[in-house]
Design a protein around this ligand. Structure first.
Ligand SMILES: [Zn+2]
Length: 881
């Protein structure tokens, strides 16, 4: 789960060598020989307990692949082939693909159970869901097999997991003796690789640099992947954060599957730093628990397994730890989401050899087979206990849904109402997300005012609290303010409605205005575009409008943006449009009137968004179509430096946004190629957090000159601080950095604190991820398309900008009482109040946009990513008056 920590090991080695002089060198040499030998020759007798035996007509992974497991890294296509081979050779197994990655790699699942169970798999599923549901009769389902999902390798460079998956699948499919009993009482889904694109990046690297004899030196290239590494998927997303937001196809396919089966047990196999040992649950008590889940998942259900994992590793002499470090609270984790379906999600972490053999500071030379074997053994133990505890697991799952309904009945919130009257696309995407999570959604039967919004039938929907998926629904809408702890492994809040910028409210009284249930995403009929002799108009408030504009510009259509609201006279009647509305006048195009109409009609259908035909340039209200309030919109030519030292997450989120949501091609330049840039080819430079020294020195002058000549710099989060510190913002001073108590601007504290608490106290001052209210200037080009001055932003850093003196350039500013959700210390809350979140400065003829808070966090911050899109299209019109 954690990225590998490369600890400073030089000091430790020096101490050891200094104390023992000659002996350790000899010992190290023989250790190295042992490790080289072990890593190339581990057979079934190494991986499995002595009692294991196998059918002779099913090939082991080694027999199929032609090398001992652990001696190479196995490519995804080879893993897929082996799964298919097992299904072909055995009537215990069937193979299927549940989805496809961006790079067109299949997502395989091998189903293993007895041939008799295979025949009635649909019936087993039906009985399992019925018995474990809120109205179920668990006793009557005593003979129904337990559902176990064995998942591996969501982080592609944590590779022992998928090798362990092949061995575990082999044991299930070819094992004799005890295994056969497990198969009659269990249905086992082996998903050997949750992140095929990422894994192949790492596999390529590890095999590419593999030496013979193998090299254990941590400095060797084999152990140090190049950027972006294999942890993430194609767009550099951490798929182990995506189970709730479902931004990526891997996650959408996965959640469809988990919703379909609601497994009783789900494993999630990972790796951590080479110097660590092994982790299994229980996780850290209380602070890392999700308060919406029944406590017994942590105190009882998990504990039924822990003794067996301990025994499995004790029998090998493998060290491990529990109850520390790993967080179990965010429903976007693969080991937490299954808990929200009444199952038991389990994380396992193995110290990584990150390569085939690697020295570790504390445990000698770590070999790939050693790492694989630990995962095999805890996996086998999981299978055994899951079968033994199948009745208890299903009874727990039934109780989970019963208690969900009870808690919902006692919740003062009867339900949530949501809907954006101006953004049909956003409503559809949000409903899609809810339905994928199995959440019940209803149309709104009558208008309802809640808080600042009045929700109307046709553009608002209701999610009742009282439903089996109450806990997931609550996770998506709730604002969290109380916490059991102040130190967070990761984000402390994940309110999806705030991230979407979706108007919503809690219904606490007056009953729910329930209309018909919504079971599929409401369809949208896009009328054909009538011909206009004047202009075509595009409403910028719809979140698909940028994709439409991009598609139009790609076809050579000339566009203008309205800087004022107006009511257009269209062929279909008058239509009120806001700032940001796009006009495409028929005159002054390079396309003739027929070609323009064809392009507009085509894009409207392709993107699924209405485009209006103006009947006259004379507006019913507000500015006319020939007004100077319309400014030209140039198709932006966008450049984004990426590579070593740059935040892959932030860069990937932008790349994903522009690729997948706007369909805009951008140039990703490697930081090592920045010297080759012909700046005249680009209009917008996108910079994200990281080491930006590749733009310093003489290149900073080049950059400054390019902005002065009319370029737009869009600087996100850490890059915003960098731009201000490097003198690119004449009206914005450099930020200050928040510090731990006692470090505040060099002041000394007289308070004496216990040494052992230092980590917690520093952690409490970190802004690990929380949600804040800003006031957005809707008249600024960056505010175009927004309809509400209240905009939630995501803050996960500790630098603070002063409010600029120029009153016009702070586009979004945190309000006086800005806290919306998530943990923050009182001290940080006070500094955040009133501070800027978005600033747009002018430098010469160009502009510098500071998006101080990441507008694309995890790809689901739909509410703020519009700021970045506006900066691309309208950035050249930004001035500091
Ligand atoms: Zn991991």
């Amino acid at each position: 789960m954690k990225e590998s920590l490369r600890l400073a090991r030089i000091v430790v080695l020096q101490l050891v060598l200094g104390a023992l002089m000659i002996a350790p060198v000899a010992a190290q040499q023989s250790d190295l020989l042992d490790a080289q030998q072990a890593a190339t020759s581990a057979g079934l007798d190494y991986y499995f307990p002595g009692s294991a035996s196998f059918l002779s007509d099913i090939p082991s992974p080694e027999q199929f692949l032609g090398y001992p497991i652990g001696s190479f890294h196995t490519r995804h296509d080879q893993i897929v082939s082996y799964m298919k081979e097992l299904a072909e050779r055995s009537d215990r197994a069937t193979y299927q693909e549940i989805g496809m990655t961006y790079e067109r790699r299949p997502m395989p699942v091998l189903t293993v159970t007895t041939p008799a169970n295979h025949v009635k798999l649909d019936e087993i599923r039906r009985l399992h869901l019925a018995a474990s549901g809120p109205d179920g009769d668990v006793d009557s389902a005593a003979g129904v097999p337990v559902i176990v999902h064995l998942g591996y390798g969501v982080h592609g460079n944590e590779t022992s997991s998928s090798e362990a998956a092949m061995l575990t699948a082999y044991w299930l499919v070819a094992g004799t003796g005890e295994v056969e009993d497990y198969l009659s009482d269990g249905v086992f889904f082996v998903e050997p690789n949750l992140n095929p694109d990422g894994r192949d990046r790492h596999t390529w690297w590890a095999n590419l640099n593999r030496a013979e004899p193998m090299v254990a030196d941590p400095l060797d290239r084999e152990h140090n992947e190049v950027w972006p590494g294999g942890r993430t998927n194609h767009y550099w997303f951490d798929l182990n954060r995506d189970w709730l937001p479902l931004v990526n196809p891997e996650s959408r396919a996965r959640i469809d599957w988990h919703q379909r089966w609601r497994p009783n047990v789900v494993t999630d196999f990972h790796e951590m730093g080479a110097s660590s040992t092994y982790f299994f649950e229980p996780s850290e008590p209380v602070g890392s628990w999700n308060p919406l889940l029944p406590e017994e998942i942590y105190t009882d259900i998990t504990m039924r397994f822990a003794d067996d994992w301990a025994a499995a590793l004790d029998s090998l002499g493998s060290l491990y730890f529990t109850k520390e470090v790993y967080d179990n609270s965010y429903p976007g984790y693969g080991s937490t989401y299954p808990n929200f379906l009444g199952g038991l999600g389990l994380v396992f972490e193995q110290a990584s050899s990150r390569g085939h053999i690697q020295e570790s500071t504390s445990h000698g030379i770590l070999t790939f087979p050693f790492a694989i074997r630990n995962h095999v053994r805890t996996g086998l133990a999981t299978v055994r206990v899951a079968v033994e505890e199948r009745q208890a697991l299903r009874a727990y799952q039934h109780e989970f849904f019963v208690s969900a309904l009870d808690e919902a009945a006692n919740d003062p919130v009867d339900g949530w109402i949501f809907g954006d009257p101006e953004d049909v696309s956003l409503n559809r995407d949000f409903i899609d997300l809810l339905l994928r999570h199995g959440i019940e959604v209803y149309e709104t039967a009558e208008a309802r005012a809640v808080g600042a919004h009045t929700f109307e039938p046709g553009s608002a929907w209701v999610v009742p609290s009282e439903q089996p998926q109450y806990r997931l629904a609550r996770s998506i809408f709730e604002r969290t303010e109380t916490f059991a702890d102040s130190v967070f492994y990761d984000a402390s809040t994940w309110t999806v409605s705030l991230a979407y910028g979706m108007p919503d409210g809690e219904i606490r009284a007056g009953g729910l205005p329930l209309g018909p249930a919504v079971t599929v995403v409401p369809s949208r009929t896009v009328p054909g575009v009538p011909r206009s002799s004047v202009a075509y108009l595009l409403d910028w408030r719809d979140s698909r409008a940028p994709q439409a504009l991009q598609a139009l510009q790609a076809r050579g259509v000339r566009a203008e943006v309205s800087t004022n609201p107006f009511t257009a006279a269209t062929v279909s009647g008058t239509v009120a449009l806001g700032r940001g509305a796009i006009s495409m006048p028929v005159v002054a195009q390079t396309l003739d009137a027929d070609a323009l109409h064809a392009a507009v009609a085509e894009v409207s259908q392709e993107v699924g968004i209405p485009i209006l035909a103006a009947a006259s340039a004379y507006s019913a209200a507000g500015q006319d179509l020939g007004s100077r309030g319309f400014l030209p919109v140039h198709a932006p030519r966008v450049l984004m430096p990426i590579g070593e030292g740059v935040s892959g997450y932030e860069a990937g989120q932008i790349w994903h946004l522009l690729d997948q949501r706007v369909r805009m091609p951008i140039t990703k330049v490697d930081v090592s190629d920045v010297g080759r840039i012909d700046w005249s080819r680009y209009d917008v430079l996108l910079l994200v957090s990281g080491d930006l020294s590749f733009l310093e020195g003489p290149r900073l002058d080049t950059l400054r000159g390019w902005i002065r000549d009319g370029g737009t710099l869009v600087a996100v989060r850490g890059a915003a601080a960098w731009a201000a510190r490097n003198g690119l913002t004449p009206n914005v001073g450099p930020p200050t950095v928040g510090r731990a108590p006692g470090e505040e601007s060099g002041e000394q504290t007289s308070e004496r604190l216990d040494y052992g608490r230092s980590g917690d106290l520093r952690g409490a001052q970190a802004i690990g991820g929380s949600i804040w209210q800003t006031d957005l200037d809707l008249t600024h080009p960056l505010g175009f398309g927004y309809t509400n001055r209240s905009l939630a932003v995501w803050r996960d850093h500790s630098f603070f900008f002063e409010l600029p003196e120029n009153p016009y350039i702070t586009v979004a500013r945190l309000t006086g009482d800005p806290h919306l959700s998530g943990y923050v210390s009182d001290q940080n809350a006070a500094r955040l109040a009133g501070s800027p979140s978005v600033v747009a400065d002018q430098l010469g003829q160009g502009s510098v946009v500071l998006l101080i808070d990441n507008p694309n966090f995890r790809g689901y911050w739909r509410g703020t990513n519009r700021l970045l899109i506006n900066a691309l299209f309208f950035g050249d019109h930004i001035r500091a008056p």
